[in-house]
Design a protein around this ligand. Structure first.
Ligand code: GDP
Length: 312
């Protein structure tokens, strides 16, 4: 799908540029220049610079160096293909996919979005709702971020703009009660999916983490399997620094997946690989901008090809 690839290509421009930067002056490793030792070294540094991490960089470079040792006339395109193939192997299992949802259901599948303030939860809730609606699965959104005054307003504006059904309450209201009402509303309307925005919290604040546990407990009374999805929304521009944050949320809340936002704003989009390797959690969606359609299902193929400049 070319248009989907374009989203990845445009969204990962800065990361791809960082990978290319080192060798750009030579016409780009991914042009068809012949490699030399200096280019290999620069590529290695560029991968580290794009936050792929030492382990992943070493694995990529080991294969490129092996091929180069065998054939000193190795060209840029061939090296890029080797790198891409190693990276695709590392990312096996990282594509989160929801099983096919019905258009109507007795009980909704519940997705709870979790994460620190500013990671993109509220806007991602709306974007996700929009993606489901476009797909013919009318969702209900629950504004469980009752902590931040602006969050309620923000999600209301988005919901109206995108024609999404929203259940919300006033600032300071009990978040679990909103979750309960949103769930009931989804059941009454036979909606197949419920997306809950939750209050941003520091992963170090236990009392706030407890609020998440309460949301979960309230939902479990209605449906022992809910919330079926507990996705951590991570700001991709923070790079590998967010791994520790993710670890704490995972321990406390049992995450089932990730959404990585703001990849458009960073040259360190390689961090996604380290985050996956560390947490072994599937990445369901990636965010490439502020428009509703800028949230796209994560695709290993598109991500790797965009980073290595393998496709136009
Ligand atoms: P929350 O505090 O976690 O609910 O975060 P918000 O949803 O309020 O998002 C914080 C800011 O990040 C907003 O200005 C969003 O428009 C912006 N944002 C969210 N996702 C993306 C993305 O993928 N790319 C860019 N460039 N901005 C984003």
């Amino acid at each position: 799908m070319l248009s989907l690839f374009k989203k990845f290509k445009d969204g990962l421009q800065k990361t791809a540029a960082a990978v290319f930067k080192a060798v750009g002056k030579l016409g780009g490793i991914f042009g068809n220049k012949q490699l030399d030792d200096a280019m290999i070294e620069e590529l290695e540094e560029a991968l580290i610079g794009a936050d792929f991490g030492v382990e992943t960089t070493d694995e990529i470079m080991a294969e490129i160096k092996k091929a180069y040792a065998k054939d000193k006339t190795l060209r840029g395109q061939a090296a890029a293909e080797i790198g891409a193939s190693v990276l695709k192997g590392i990312l096996v299992g990282s594509e989160g996919r929801l099983s096919e949802l019905p258009t109507e259901a007795d009980k909704p599948v519940v997705i709870a979005l979790i994460g620190v303030n500013g990671s993109g939860k509220t806007t991602t809730t709306a974007k996700l709702g929009y993606a489901f609606k476009r797909d013919g699965r009318e969702p209900v959104l629950g504004a469980c971020d009752t902590f931040r005054a602006a969050a309620n307003e923000q999600i209301k504006v988005w919901s109206e703009r995108l024609g999404l059904e929203l259940v919300s309450s006033h600032q300071g209201a009990d978040a679990a009660a909103v979750a309960f009402d949103a769930w009931s509303s989804a059941v009454a309307r036979r909606r197949p999916i419920l997306v809950l925005d939750t209050a941003g919290r520091l992963h170090t604040k236990t009392n706030l983490l407890n609020e998440l546990v309460k949301i979960r407990r309230v939902l479990e009374k209605k449906d022992a399997t809910a919330p079926q999805h507990r996705w951590l929304v991570l700001d991709g521009s923070l790079g590998s620094n967010s791994i520790e944050q993710a670890r704490v949320f995972h321990r406390e809340f049992g995450l089932t997946g990730l959404i990585i936002t703001k990849l458009d704003g960073t040259s360190r989009g390689g961090a996604l690989v380290g985050i996956f390797r560390e947490l072994k959690l599937p990445i369901y969606f990636t965010g490439f901008g502020e428009q509703p359609e800028d949230l796209q299902p994560f695709s290993i193929e598109n991500y790797v090809d965009a980073v290595f400049g393998l496709k136009e």
